[in-house]
Ligand binder design. Structure first.
Ligand SMILES: [Ca+2]
Ligand SMILES: [Ca+2]
Ligand SMILES: [Ca+2]
Length: 260
């Protein structure tokens, strides 16, 4: 092959390569998101996984059947464990991370099967609060929400069917229900669109969040698990109840199951 032909051939190859559609390598943020997602997904699948809200370090907390809390941090390419709690004596059944005091720092709230409720600082890992050994025998459901409107969170939980509200910052009992509710899940939100929060129990009970009087009792439980969401876009939250594999939706303001 003479030099001229050789130049033509290499020139053609260069043109062809340049013209070929390129497979764009993933941007760094895309690959981060890709690695993040499987673990973030765990938080939506398991009550025992929770991500630290708005955390640039992508931290995730989870609790295990062996009774430990683990905190993972994303280092840019993978998760690394940066903390393990002391043994919390029994199976961890629920983990939440929230800014309880509305001061910009988050806390871990976890419950175990022996009625233990623990609050840890997510930055220093200090144990901030815990229930005493014999204080509660079980905790069936737990959430955090500001139910009295002072911008700081309360911890709401059901123990042996009684609803308790604890001040999350000072960890003192603010209220307990006289009534018993056979509920396995709890959520807080304005489900009737009147601008006031309600406490919704999976047992089918809807309580005013501030005064805790019963606003509505459904004829059947909402389900094993409940979540609140505006699924019809009318600006009001519906109660979505059922199991992980069965969904029913209630319009609380209309006090009926939502029909398709
Ligand atoms: Ca509050
Ligand atoms: Ca309301
Ligand atoms: Ca709605």
């Amino acid at each position: 092959m003479n030099t001229f032909r050789w130049m033509l051939l290499t020139g053609a190859i260069v043109v062809l390569v340049a013209a070929a559609p390129r497979i764009r390598p993933p941007e760094p943020s895309e690959s981060v998101a890709f690695v993040h997602d499987p673990l973030k997904r765990l938080a939506s699948r398991f009550d025992t996984f929770a991500s630290v809200p708005g955390d640039p370090r992508g931290r995730i907390v989870y609790g295990t059947s062996r009774g430990y809390l683990h905190l993972l941090e994303f280092n840019g390419s993978r998760y690394q464990e940066i903390w393990v709690s002391p043994p919390l004596l029994s199976r961890i059944q629920k983990v939440l991370v929230a800014d309880l005091g509305n001061d910009g720092t988050c806390q871990i709230v976890a419950t175990n099967t022996r009625g233990g409720l623990y609050v840890y600082d997510v930055n220093t890992f200090a144990l901030l609060s815990r229930t005493q050994e014999t204080q509660f025998r079980s905790i069936e459901a737990m959430t955090v929400s500001d139910v009295d409107g002072d911008r700081r969170m309360e911890i709401l939980f059901l123990s042996e069917n009684r609803l308790f509200i604890f001040d999350a910052v000072h960890f003192v009992e603010k209220w307990r229900s006289d009534n018993l509710y056979r509920a396995t899940d709890i959520a807080v939100g304005d489900v009737d669109g009147d601008g006031q929060q309600e406490i919704v129990l999976s047992s089918g009970h809807v309580l005013d969040a501030a005064f805790r009087n019963l606003e509505w009792e459904n004829t059947t439980p909402f389900g094993e698990i409940i979540e609140l969401g505006d699924v019809d876009g009318d600006g009001k939250l519906e109660v979505i109840g059922g199991t992980t594999q069965a969904t029913t939706i209630w319009d609380v303001d209309e006090r009926r199951e939502k029909w398709d």
